[in-house]
Design a protein around this ligand. Sequence first.
Ligand SMILES: Cc1ncc(COP(=O)(O)O)c(C=O)c1O
Length: 377
Amino acid sequence: MIPLFDLTRQYERIRGEILNAVDKVISSGRVILGPNVESLEKEIANFVGVGYGVGVASGSDALLIALRAMGVGKGDTVVTTPYTFFATASAPYRLNARVMFIDVEKDTFNMDLDQLEWVLKKEKVKAVIPVHLFGRTMDLEALSFLRERYNVKILEDCAQSIGSEWKFSNGEIKRSGSVGDAAVFSFFPTKNLGTYGDGGMIVTNDEEIAQKSRFLRVHGAKKKYFHDEVGYNSRLDEIHAAILKVKFKYLEKWIEERVRVARSYQKYFEEKKLPVEYPKVEERGYKYHVFHQYVILFEDEITRDRVKEGLSRRGVQTAIYYPLPLHLQVCFKDLGYKEGDFPVAESLSKRSLALPMFPEMKDEEIEEVVNTLELFL
Ligand SMILES: Cc1ncc(COP(=O)(O)O)c(C=O)c1O
């Protein structure tokens, strides 16, 4: 069997360190909002290149809390794409904001910034949530430009992109999460930096957003038991922070290993000349793509589904991200969108397939995935 993602192989590499870290937390008796959370917040904020980090219970909560801290509320227009994980759009929806979708680019699967600019020119938009989907960095320079030119708030969804980078025209390299008013990370187990449970973080350069997020995560209480606002119970646990601190040391190495896996897929795809589109590793000299997922495209839905079924019978796990674009979800019916509104997102949903991708993947396994795929094409 070749799994889509294998947490157990990673655990074998770091088992001693993880058990030691967990033991230390439990032995200390301090398990909620303690030194590990504080230190991880500093490490991640530093890594991204911003001033503050606020650990919360999940990436989904991070989106919700950050939006509220940025002042998004009832009736505000929030723009995002329909080709992302549900939480990106459910967060503004839960705050009674008006969720507006725009399509993605067919080559990067990320938000089409020309369409965004067109919308910003004619609509009053409070915030934009761009997603660095599958680990590929959006054009951070263009994002920065739009943020300033149209005075719009940007919340970067970096749930899949921790460690990814963009080179500006002045030569400066910045990480995803560093140009928005705030950014969010998810530490869901399968993420490039994941814990053994749920966790998330908001990062920002804005002290007010950081402070507001800090009290929203503890029921809106600046002072314990005195509530200025109705907030949430959404804290990153000490145990998870301690685990993440261990794993964080390996993040860059694991990203390099993911890129190695992507290069290897590319080599086999090139050799076989199969009728699929696969992501190319662009040798840019910086981490443009951190390959959270390795997603290929088939000609049509029938071929995709047939190959997926065949791979599954041969023990190769795959996944479809995402089978139904968000504008067509039943729960978002009231937003008034219909089939045909976002042709790129709709086409990608029908044609995409994520192949096994994790740092410990062996070259024989990658070759086997491609050989099996060829069989069913
Ligand atoms: C793009 C994106 N946004 C938000 C989330 C939500 O993160 P979490 O699962 O930690 O709530 C995820 C992950 O699942 C994601 O992939």
